[in-house]
Ligand binder design. Structure first.
Ligand code: ZN
Length: 329
């Protein structure tokens, strides 16, 4: 069997490779030749990828999952960097000008992006990936901390921290790609459906994992108030000395309030985050004796070799950190 199919597959692959090469170069195969016939059968193979921009790495991953190799994707804020306080570069403006679609999170997450879009004079369509998502208010209930000096709006922008919302991001991305590039609509729909099934499995995994933690231990202190959507979806309480935006410093009163809260409510663990100053967290842990867990990733993926190279890996990593710190009494 293998000895018979191998030569056929080889000739098909090399034929496609030649076809793509000739189509991009604008060269014409002789009419009636094998290459010309193959070209008529598969014209979409040679189409140039759609140039699109994502503002940050998590959104870029959603787009890549739906668009696959049909897109030439640029993510502006790189993995590990803070999208709240990003300073755009001239290369970012050029990427906007060259793009057909610009995907943003919205909900006040990218305070810098609207000015960048205006100043670049791009003709691209701007797609707000959180469209149709019901936002949570930025003010954390019972927190009582001031938001003076923060550059975000009234809504909490970290909507992707609930997998149900991630599915809405994917649906919005799918719709935008189908509209902009109808020739590849079937690919986008197929990819979105497959990825959404993976997100459903992820959601079930998160619920099962949290269920292993005793209810009275589902409490976490973290340095960046980015987990309200996770909290509401999965029933873990996140308490933070900071506001929603990482650009604001906590007041001494806010820190004192958190330290008292850890003691009063017997909060088992303190978690560090990849994009916040960790000295504050260490001080709280020392004064309260709360366990310092590993790193939770909230606003950014890690580089390819890291623990959160894509959204699903990020959520699984966070789950394992949370369960590891809270489940064992
Ligand atoms: Zn954030």
């Amino acid at each position: 069997m293998p000895t018979r199919t191998m030569p056929d597959r080889r000739s098909i692959i090399s034929g496609l490779a030649l076809l793509a090469g000739t189509a991009f170069a604008g060269a014409a195969a002789a009419p009636g030749s094998a290459l010309a016939q193959a070209g008529n059968a598969a014209p979409a193979v040679a189409a140039a990828p759609l140039p699109v921009v994502a503002t940050f790495s998590i959104l870029g991953d959603f787009i890549a999952q739906v668009g696959g190799d049909r897109l030439a994707l640029t993510s502006l804020v790189q993995a590990g960097a803070d999208a709240h306080v990003y300073s755009p570069t001239p290369a970012d403006a050029r990427a906007l000008v060259a793009s057909r679609l610009i995907f943003i999170n919205g909900l006040g997450f990218e305070g810098w992006v609207n000015r960048l879009i205006r100043s670049s004079a791009t003709k691209a369509t701007v797609v707000t990936a959180t469209r149709s998502i019901v936002p949570l208010k930025a003010e954390k209930k019972g927190g009582g901390h001031s938001h003076a000096g923060h550059d975000h709006g009234e809504n909490d922008p970290h909507a992707w921290q609930s997998v149900a919302n991630a599915k809405l991001y994917v649906a919005n991305i799918e719709a935008a790609l189908v509209t902009a590039d109808p020739a590849n609509a079937e690919t986008y729909r197929t990819n979105a459906k497959a990825y959404t099934a993976k997100l459903d499995a992820l959601d079930a995994e998160l619920r099962a994992g949290i269920a292993r933690i005793p209810a009275d231990r589902r409490k976490i202190i973290t340095s960046h108030d980015a987990f309200q959507y996770f909290e509401k979806a999965y029933g873990v309480t996140f308490i933070s000395p900071r506001g929603v935006s990482t650009s604001a410093e906590p007041s001494p009163q806010a820190v004192g309030r958190i330290i008292r809260q850890i003691r009063d409510e017997k909060i088992p663990a303190v978690f560090l985050e990849n994009i916040s100053d960790q000295r504050l967290i260490q001080r709280i842990a020392q004064e309260t004796g709360a366990r310092v867990g590993g790193t939770l990733y909230s606003d950014s993926l890690t580089a390819a070799g890291g623990p959160a190279p894509d959204y699903i890996a990020m959520m699984r990593h966070n789950l394992s950190q949370i369960v590891g710190a809270l489940a064992g009494a």
